[in-house]
Design a protein around this ligand. Structure first.
Ligand SMILES: Cc1cc2nc3c(=O)[nH]c(=O)nc-3n(C[C@H](O)[C@H](O)[C@H](O)COP(=O)(O)OP(=O)(O)OC[C@H]3O[C@@H](n4cnc5c(N)ncnc54)[C@H](O)[C@@H]3O)c2cc1C
Length: 245
């Protein structure tokens, strides 16, 4: 039984995973294909990259970050989700994929643009938009069914990567809150920031000394330099209706 299963390892799902895994929740991401962002030719409006970034490189980096945070990954297209016990949603959900064995998770996050068919049996409530269905959520990403959430484009957020990432993070915080994890903020603060004021370091926060700060900066620079050293061979995925030569 996982604490949280995130369906969709795109922009929103990875952001959710980074937050829930860093909060200590056993987090599984199931992804059945590729993020729609893989169709982008150059991602130029994501804050932090002054001249933009290759979208495929961004997806690699965010996946690496979720993995470093402790999330695990399964390849597979989720086809069906149902409660383990109809009368007690606290018991969690069974998640079926088109491949391996069914998986169990206490909480489920749909971050699976554009597919939400697999949660129809749960009666979460969906809104039709053209040929697509959005999942009906409250402002924190909770659906009408306890323990089931939706994040990113599938939850009706604007079709932009930074918005999907921000919404994924917000939904991750709702999951952490509902899981009763002792949590204040996910912050890394310099030594003495709290303790220098005779305050306990709040749950979810960490104080690090200057040596550790420099170690982390060095590791971060190595990771980024290596990731950006060479151009990627992968090309943008074309829209399926455009004919290739
Ligand atoms: C051509 C193009 C260019 C774009 N350019 C930009 C841009 O420049 N700037 C910008 O901000 N945004 C851009 N976008 C939009 C951006 O890509 C999306 O808004 C963003 O990726 C949405 O994030 P998401 O996590 O909701 O969905 P996605 O990133 O698409 O992630 C959804 C994931 O769910 C998986 N999935 C779906 N169904 C299932 C299932 N049943 N089981 C398991 N996994 C499943 C998919 O495989 C996918 O990996 C562009 C989009 C396109 C198409």
């Amino acid at each position: 039984m996982r604490d949280v299963c995130i369906v969709g390892g795109g922009v929103a799902g990875m952001a959710t995973a980074i937050f829930t895994a860093r909060a200590g929740l056993d987090t599984l991401v199931i992804d059945g294909g590729e993020s729609i962002l893989a169709r982008n030719a150059s991602l130029e409006n994501y804050p932090g990259f002054p001249d933009g970034i290759d979208a495929r490189r961004y997806l690699q980096l965010v996946r690496e970050q979720a993995s470093t945070a402790g999330a695990t990954f399964e390849l597979g297209h989720v086809t069906h989700v149902e409660p383990i016990d109809e009368t007690d949603l606290e018991a969690g959900f069974v998640v079926e994929t088109d491949g391996g064995e069914p998986l169990e998770a206490r909480r489920l996050v749909a971050a699976s643009w554009p597919d939400s068919e697999y949660i129809v049996p749960l009666d979460v409530g969906r809104i039709q938009r053209g040929s697509k269905h959005l999942v009906d959520v409250d402002e924190a990403g909770r659906t009408a069914v306890d323990g089931v959430y939706a994040a990113g484009r599938i939850a009706g957020e604007p079709h932009q990567a930074i918005v999907a990432a921000g919404h994924g993070a917000k939904v991750g915080l709702a999951v952490i809150h509902d899981a009763d994890v002792n949590f204040y903020h996910d912050w890394v603060a310099p030594e003495d920031y709290f303790t220098g004021r005779d305050r306990e370091v709040p749950p979810g926060c960490e104080e690090i000394d200057d040596d550790e700060r420099r170690r982390r900066d060095e590791r971060a620079r190595e990771t980024i330099l290596e990731a950006f050293a060479d151009p990627l061979e992968d090309e943008p995925t074309m829209h399926p209706s455009v004919e290739s030569d």
